[in-house]
Design a binder for this molecule. Structure first.
Ligand code: NAD
Length: 496
């Protein structure tokens, strides 16, 4: 581990760890590859065990030292300074996110970076204004007591995040953890290391006390991610990623009986009733299936359409999907970027082949687009729609995480609720109907952490977010994040 002067941005040639207030390098490194054209964007330091150790030690020191002594208002002020720091380098963050992921500039501006800032501001305001529970208690012998609940930080929180919404999901965990008085050791995905490195530069530039925020780059299994989960001085792990990784992490933390919060995979359904606003539902399903090339954990990969409008709906969906423009985010008019990597594309293409073997009708897509330029070395696939598969097909039950959906007809409300719930996952669903009572009735029965009625992807950061079954457990957002990132103590006082 070598201290180094800087990690220049927006896209540094070598991305470094940030430990105890300093950028540090490692002997090993790995390439950060552009999904747009396959070029090498930068090299990224691959943490050895001692870098993880140093990060955890620094976090523990800072938590027991300066950071742990701040009151909530002072921590909130720091979070606003971090948000201001991101805002001041907004375009650098946008450039980093677009280069690492291939998403559109407009998405990076309006969603990713804007939400990164909002995460810090929201939790700053929440922690500043939060109250606590209070109870008056009388006992049979005439005693009078008051009980109040005080929250304490957990200590050192390990943050492990995925590549699909890099800064948004990274800060979704870092911000509330810091707001509640913890210090963090955070590992972004090895596929998207740049925006987290810029965030470390912001932390340095605003002179956040050393050790409060530590950034570790590296891989997961038998590398930085796993070492972080197994570290005895890490008090809790907050993780977003695949369900099978969640399962591996759960085993890794078992011996230390660590707190975990898991936001995992999904196989989300969209349900379109015949009474839906037809055009809004078609637009909604195009959005919920193909946004970010289908690489949002909340995307719909299963679409159920009531039989009287099925044929018309599939035709309209096909037309809108074929109007999407796949290509480089730097080209005018592009709506749909690449997948994150060629490795992930291989997985998605294996499902494209499997769908045909399972008997799907390919309504549109199913292959790799050809550009005649550098994008041919990128990780693109065509937005794809299937029909005709049984509910038991692997393509209808397994998370694919690409721009793809299967559309199936249904005949009754009861039937569709049962089919939606017949899934190993339980993350999100959307329901399209103009029948108010039906909308509420169906939403209540769906076994997911969030249900949108005539909408998709709208998030109020004060609401609980998370999933059931293979989609994870625990909820983050608003006071639910405050619950996760703290240990509460009940203080019971005799007053009479
Ligand atoms: P992933 O599980 O492969 O990787 C996520 C992170 O975990 C990375 O930083 C990786 O290095 C690390 N990791 C991998 N193995 C590890 C191990 N054994 N120990 C510790 N860390 C390890 O996920 P991904 O491919 O980056 O992301 C896509 C997945 O994330 C999809 O399944 C998607 O549904 C899910 N996701 C869920 C939500 C949600 O809120 N529920 C949000 C976004 C993405």
């Amino acid at each position: 581990m070598n201290p180094s002067v800087d990690a220049r941005s927006p896209v540094a040639k070598r991305l470094l760890h940030f430990v105890d207030g300093q950028f540090v390098d490692s002997v090993d490194s790995f390439p950060n590859i552009s999904p747009i054209d396959g070029s090498e964007l930068s090299r990224v330091a691959e943490a050895e065990k001692d870098v993880v150790d140093a990060g955890v030690r620094a976090a523990k020191r800072a938590q027991r030292g300066p950071w742990g002594k701040l009151n909530a208002g002072e921590r909130a002020d720091w979070l606003h300074r971090i948000a201001d720091g991101i805002q001041a380098r907004f375009d650098d963050f946008v450039a980093a996110e677009v280069a690492d992921t291939g998403r559109s500039v407009s998405q990076a501006r309006s969603l990713d970076i804007a939400r990164g800032i909002a995460n810090f501001r929201t939790f700053a305001d929440l922690v500043r204004t939060a109250g606590s529970e209070f109870f008056e208690t009388s006992t049979a012998d005439g005693g009078e007591y008051i009980n109040y609940i005080t929250r304490k930080p957990l200590g050192v929180v390990g943050v492990i995040s995925p590549w699909n919404l890099p800064l948004l999901l990274f800060t979704w965990k870092v911000a509330p953890a810091l707001a509640m008085g913890n210090c963090v050791v955070a590992k972004p995905s090895e596929e998207t290391p740049t925006s987290a490195t810029l965030l470390a530069e912001v932390m340095r530039d605003i002179q956040l006390p050393a050790g409060v925020f530590n950034l570790i780059h590296g891989h997961g299994t038998n590398a930085a991610g796993e070492w972080l989960t197994k570290h005895p001085d890490v008090d809790a792990i907050t993780f977003t990623g695949e369900s099978k990784t969640g399962s591996a992490i759960m085993k890794a933390v078992a011996d230390g009986v660590k707190n975990v919060s898991f936001e995992l995979g999904g196989k989300n359904a969209a349900v379109v009733f015949a009474d839906a606003d037809f055009d809004a539902a078609v637009d909604g399903v195009v959005q919920s299936s193909f946004t970010n090339a289908g690489q949002v954990c909340l995307c719909s990969e299963r679409v159920y359409v009531e039989r009287p409008i099925f044929e018309r709906f599939v035709a309209a969906l096909k037309k809108k999907t074929e109007a999407l423009k796949v290509g480089s985010p730097y080209d005018q008019g592009t709506t749909t970027g690449p997948l994150i990597s060629k490795g992930h594309r291989e997985k998605v293409l294996s499902y494209f082949r499997l769908a045909v073997e399972e008997g799907a009708t390919v309504v549109t897509g199913g292959g790799v687009p050809s550009f005649g330029n550098a994008c041919d070395d990128g990780a693109f696939v065509q937005p794809t729609i299937w029909t005709g598969l049984p509910d038991t097909a692997r393509c209808v039950t397994e998370e694919i995480f690409g721009p793809v959906c299967h559309v199936a007809p249904f005949d009754s409300e009861e039937e569709v609720v049962e089919r939606v719930n017949d899934s190993a996952y339980g993350l999100a669903a959307c329901v399209w109907t103009t029948n108010l009572a039906r909308g509420h009735r169906v939403a209540k029965q769906i076994e997911t952490g969030i249900v949108w009625l005539n909408a998709w992807f709208v998030r109020d950061l004060r609401t609980p977010f998370g999933g059931s079954k293979l989609s994870g457990f625990g909820r983050e957002g608003g006071r639910h994040s405050m619950d996760f990132y703290t240990e509460s103590t009940n203080v019971c006082v005799k007053v009479a």
